[in-house]
Structures are given as structure tokens and as C-alpha cells.
Write a protein that binds this ligand. Structure first.
Ligand code: PMP
Length: 322
């Protein structure tokens, strides 16, 4: 059994924090004033697309660095394109709104921003309604970081399969896709697992519940390729780049069998919200009681870069306070 490390800071995704200000349909407003008609509840979220974006506070610089703002907004635009939804505003304006939202809420801590785009006024979301302008809102809230944690996750291989590109394209970050993740998460919760590996319809490893996955075997980093039923994760791409360019590792993007994970030397999950966390055990097969050397190196390097302690990769970070 992998021992759980006590006193690990909890991820605040489950905590409902009310910001002072949000942005909705073209203007900043108080959280309490940002209301939706009750008739929108339900159907409007079928075609709703979104992004989850992190900002890291650097206390020395007194700066919040927004991570990969351009990349997230590019993917946001691609999700809207797939929904045949025209963006209410374009990337450059979205960027300044997100920066302004952090400032208006006076956040000087780690933050999480969530832009949402949706057909707010149209027919029920199950009807074809495309090629119209979407509405948008953006929220922000403080969040803890797990990037210095050595917690080891106890993981199962879910009995649920990952949605596939010919059914519910996982490449699009739409709210509807997360029903698949919820089934996986509920099964894990009921069986006392922290997370799950999810197989795609070919029976190969796709991702984890809300994150992508890596394994290390013989000093080589291996991750499912982008056609394995994954969200084209920005954190995954960052890890691939750091591992090749800074750690000199060989990286393979390919199909992976579940049993390769059982006998991996190290394994980790990654995502914007999930950051980088280590896998200790999969289906009762021990991977390690402590973080593997390569995984820990990746986590530390990533942490130092996203928080602006390591000044390289400046283009990954957008400064909030000028
Ligand atoms: N897969 C799913 C299903 C996710 O929700 C996320 C989180 N956005 C990821 C992977 C990781 O993607 P990213 O690194 O871009 O946050």
C-alpha cells in the first residue's frame, strides 16, 4: 500500500470562492450582479466551451504570472470553432480582460481563471444552432498549488472508456465532455482511489480523469499521442519541451498499453488545474513510494519556470501587474 502523505494542501477546485468581480457579456460587474435567466439552466451547457487558466504568484517580484495565456486562448478559439460559435471578442481583448480581472479582484496569490463561451439566448443546446455569435463570461478565484507536493496517488484503471473523436471529440474543451470524466471520478471515489487511468476505445491508455499522463521507462519519457483520445494538453506539451530541451530526455508520444504503466519506473499526471502529481500505485501494482528522480526533476523545473523563479521560458508567462 502506498502511504498517503498527510497535510498536503488541498486543491481548492471543490471550494466555491466568490470573487468580487467577474466579467460577463462585455462588462466587468460584481459577482452578485452577474445573473442568468433560469431558462438557460441545463441546455445551454451542452455546447458551452471553456478554458482553465492558472496564474502563479511570485512574492519576490510581487507579480502574478499567468501561465500560457496565449495558448489557452488559442485553444478556446478552436473549441468555439468546433461548436460553430463566433467569439464575442477576440484573443487580444480577452487577454487584457483576464489581466484586468485579476487586478480588479486585487489577487496577489495563486489564481485560477475560467472563461466560458456559450449560446446564451438561442434554442435548446441539443438543436443545431451554429454559425452565431456566442456569449461569454469569465470568473477568477484563488487556488492552492500542489507543485511542491510529494504526494503519491493511488490510481486504478477505470472500467469506463474515454470518449472518442467520432463520438464526443475529446480535443474540444466543452462542458459536455466532462460527464465522461465524472463517471470515472465517481468510480474512483467509491473504490477509494485518488485518480484513474482511462483507456480509449482501442483499449490503449488515453489520459487520467482531468489530466494527461506520462510514464518513465529506462530513463525515457513516454506519453499517449494526440490521437489517443486526449485533450491536447498545454501542460503535456510544456513537459515534453522541458524534458527534451532542458533535461536531455528522450520523449516518445505513442500508443501505450495499460500493463506498460504497471511496470513503469515512474509515472505522473499533468494538467493546468492538476499541475504535476506523481502516481505511486496502479491497480495495486506499486510504482514507487516516493517521487521518481526524473518526475521530481520535471516537477521542480516546471514549478520554478511557471512561478518566474527560473527566468527562462519568459514567453510562457504573462505579467499581470505592470
Ligand atoms: N484532459 C482533460 C480532460 C482536462 O480537463 C485537462 C485540463 N484542462 C487536461 C487533460 C490537461 O490539459 P491542460 O494541460 O491544457 O490543462
Amino acid at each position: 500500500m502506498v502511504k498517503k502523505v498527510e497535510n498536503v494542501k488541498r486543491n481548492t477546485f471543490e471550494v466555491n470562492v466568490e470573487p468580487d468581480y467577474v466579467w460577463k457579456s462585455g462588462e466587468f460587474m460584481k459577482f452578485k450582479d452577474a445573473n442568468f435567466p433560469i431558462s438557460m439552466l441545463g441546455w445551454s451547457s451542452i455546447n458551452m466551451v471553456f478554458e482553465g487558466i492558472r496564474g502563479y504568484y511570485n512574492s519576490e517580484e510581487d507579480q502574478v504570472y499567468i501561465l500560457h495565456l496565449n495558448e489557452h486562448l488559442k485553444r478556446f478559439m478552436e473549441s468555439m470553432k468546433m461548436m460553430r460559435m463566433h467569439p464575442l471578442i477576440e484573443i487580444e481583448e480577452l487577454k487584457s480582460i483576464i489581466i484586468e480581472l485579476i487586478k480588479k479582484n486585487k489577487y496577489k496569490e495563486d489564481v485560477y481563471m475560467q472563461p466560458l463561451a456559450y449560446f446564451g439566448d438561442g434554442p435548446p443546446g441539443f438543436l443545431a444552432s451554429g454559425d452565431r455569435l456566442g456569449d461569454m463570461c469569465i470568473t477568477a478565484k484563488p487556488i492552492d498549488s500542489l507543485l511542491t507536493s510529494n504526494n503519491m496517488l493511488n490510481v486504478n484503471v477505470s472500467s469506463w472508456r474515454r470518449i472518442s473523436d467520432d463520438v464526443m471529440p475529446p480535443r474540444i474543451k466543452t462542458i459536455a465532455n466532462y460527464q465522461n470524466s465524472r463517471y470515472v471520478a465517481e468510480e474512483a471515489r467509491l473504490n477509494n482511489y485518488d485518480q484513474s487511468l482511462i483507456l480509449n476505445t482501442q483499449g490503449k491508455v488515453a489520459e487520467s480523469t482531468y489530466t494527461c499522463v506520462f510514464m518513465v521507462k529506462d530513463e525515457k519519457l513516454i506519453t499517449p499521442n494526440v490521437t489517443s483520445g486526449i485533450l491536447d494538453s498545454i501542460t503535456r506539451k510544456s513537459i515534453i519541451q522541458l524534458s527534451k530541451d532542458d533535461l536531455g530526455l528522450e520523449v516518445e508520444e505513442r500508443e501505450i498499453d495499460r500493463t506498460e504503466f504497471y511496470v513503469a519506473d515512474e509515472s505522473l499526471i499533468c494538467g493546468t488545474g492538476g499541475e504535476i502529481q506523481f502516481i505511486g500505485e496502479i491497480d495495486g501494482y506499486s510504482i514507487g513510494n516516493n517521487p521518481g528522480k526524473i518526475s521530481k526533476e520535471i516537477q521542480s523545473l516546471y514549478h520554478n519556470i511557471v512561478r518566474g523563479i527560473d527566468l527562462r521560458y519568459a514567453h510562457w508567462r504573462t505579467e499581470t501587474y505592470q
